[in-house]
Design a protein around this ligand. Sequence first.
Ligand code: BGC
Length: 919
Amino acid sequence: MKKRAIHIVATLTCILICGYKGFASTQIGLRYLRCEMLENPQGIDAVHPRLSWQIVGGGRNIVQTAYRVIVASSPEKLNSNEGDFWDSHKIASGQSIMTAYAGKTLASRTACYWKVRVWTNTGQSQWSQPAFWSIGLLNASDWKAKWIGYDGGFPWDSVSKFSRLSARYFCKEFKSDKTVKRAIVYIVGLGHYELYINGKAVGDEVLAETPTDYTQSVKYNTYDVTNAVSQGDNVIGAVLGNGRFFTMRPKYKPQKIKEFGFPKMLLQLEITYNDGSKKIITSDDSWKFTADGPIRTNNEYDGEEYEATKELTGWNAVGYNNNKWANPQLVAAPGGRLEARMMEPIKIVKTVNPVSIRPLKPGVWIMDMGQNMAGWVQMRVKGNRGDKVILRYAETLQKNQELYVANLRDAKATDIYTLKGGGEEVWHPVFIFHGFRYVEISGYPGRPNVNDFVGQVVSDDTATTGQFETSDTLINRVYKNAWWGILSNYKGMPIDCPQRNERMPWLGDRATGSLGESFVFNNENLYAKWLDDIQDAQLPDGSIPDVAPAYWHYYSDNMTWPGTYILVANMLYEQFGDKAPIEKHYASMKKWLSYMRQKYLKNGLMTKDKYGDWCVPPESPELIHAKDPSRITDGTLIATAYYYRMLYLMQRFAGILNKTADQQNFSELAKTTKDTFNKKFLNKTTSQYDNNTVTANLLPLYFGMVPPTYEKQVFSNIVNKILIAENSHISTGVIGTQWLMRGLTDYGRPDIAFHIAGNSDYPSWGYMVKQGATTIWELWNGDTANPQMNSRNHVMLLGDLITWFYQDLAGIKAGDAGFKTVIMKPANISGLDSVKASYQTPYGLIKSSWKKSQGQFEWFVTVPPNTTATVYLPAKSLKNVQDGNAALTTEKGIKYAGLDKDNAKIVIGSGDYDFRIKY
Ligand code: BGC
């Protein structure tokens, strides 16, 4: 008996310590609890929020069999397992992401404390760590605050094309006499705000306020400020900057540029005391206000000017004399629906130290950050009162080492700081950002030193979720440049570029790019929000613009830019398993397609296109767009192929939503479109589409439009064109490049894709690197083309490159939506010796690292709990495959799933694997 007990203890200890393969492990844990895809969000407005968690556990083949969620009104209740809001009890279900809350109705302001525990096939977890969410203000009647602002400029402002508008300072004193139990502030500050209580900044966001079309939707933010409110006297203050609300180029091209008016805000601070009583502070015309502070102008294109001599020291703390301040005006609401922000805020996400500061001419210096980035520099300076330091920003230098600003168009990209004197001063702008690598410094008292400056990278605070590295150093550098490019252009919406007088959320740039980006950054909430922006921008007739939010009025009606609406919804479903965007936007998407059909479908062809295959490598180096007809793909071909693709995706969405009649209808429309398309564009003698550009052949091939008997030949036309006519180089623009790398790989020539990815001569991504690029260019010939449209920090030419890196080089691809199942199939490419990648899926971290050496292919794979992976082993049978030192076939839980060409397929559950295959 005793002996037996010792044996059991020993076995359990071994299981616990060794995580013994294939056996039950009791170490099931939980991490990363999220509510509506956010960690511990404050002030959400989903009343049935979806809850997600990740299971961790050392063993293999872990599958959730049941869960129990408890949601309580207090941490104490949660701790004693009292789910007074919701106790799901044990539910037999494998669902571990996006489980909808199904408890008591949640009213505005409710704080919810929650935890979860799970049962799996290999044991059960303890309760998770507690997590939190709170509900915001759900009803218009919850808002007691009034919109305040000042509808006009001041003598030192200038409301003209190059607008200058100073920041506006608002404050309010209030008393808080009892012990505070909870204090929550709700705020909208348009265009940007900084919020303070008793002189201390609330939170660490920058450029706060989510950019939207404010006439359609306005996002409020919620902060818990319980610890900021003091007993006795308090001051709450906010500074308003211009952002997109007071647009960068007002009174200029009013038919194109949307204006919203002067900055304004809505603020409500709600204090609940320990005795249950409440106090509420709201924005109204009893507040104090001035615009005569240190921030003299803030314009996203032109920069920020700060006069420290005009600092209002202590303005946001108790005891400041603001007798001379005015009262703000009560102003009109911006018009849009008030909604909670449901995405990551913008923050300083990284700092970069300058690599050098070199003199240019007396008193003028050029600082090199070593990296093209978006944000600003923080400066440390000591000098006399009134000294002015001018910082001008640019992406590149001219040959004479001066800044190259021609490609900024009329953006001034200049910050000016006037010193107050008397000691060390540290400053950075707060309401603008720049896209830059170089900074020209003038007026700096003394000799500037690299230690006096630091670059602060400003971006959506979306976690980096992917890691990717290969044996090819050039490819690694391209990947790194892409990382910087994507990060630079996330600003509460995906913008095209961060430096010139544009920075617009162009739809076409992200059509497929958003998928690649989703491997690198957790961009789920950003893109879900962007779909709402697109929906808000839809015209009553169904038209969808090329830019959304529609800060620029571009309703050109084409398939490729607005089509991003549908492609991004598909991406969110595939990558994150989120069906909600499809449900929410289905009707608008359908409306857009039928609008396009009715207006532009002529004889079965979609006749309206605007951008063609935007930015193909042109025939001569200074051109932005090719003029040579042999490089240009026909607009009707592109539009009709995309129309087909959209119909295909819509029939898929209709299926997901169980709309059978629609599904049938979309399929039929797709079929007739395909037939007409082939009649018009397929030359049955040569198997070429139209003028035989790579894009012309690739779109129908990748979209499944080519009649099966022609497929092979169409593909060889693509191959010949690339290998012979283009000397193994890329010849596609924004459209063709979206499908190129996957198209080549799917049809059996990953080696050509690899060659294109590894090129370092023109045109290629590697060429950009060789020319010193640290981001991705807008044009293949960015180094020689006209500066009129030539940003060095765009992401649209990435096409499907990043997707290909992850899906085809690392072999990490979603099977079922959200990576519930994974397809692991790295392409076998000679010349590529290793890939090391990981990706944070909704279920947990998936890893794929393979290397070829001395006749062995070794592949480390990690599959997250509660998922399975179909793994394509480069072996004709399992005979010679090992997992570590053991023969593969002997292992439990590994299912053989047949031979697929040169790969033995197996299906595996969660856990770590070390596959070794002799070749
Ligand atoms: C933008 C692009 C955009 C294009 C379409 C350019 O100015 O920078 O990113 O997609 O215009 O017209």
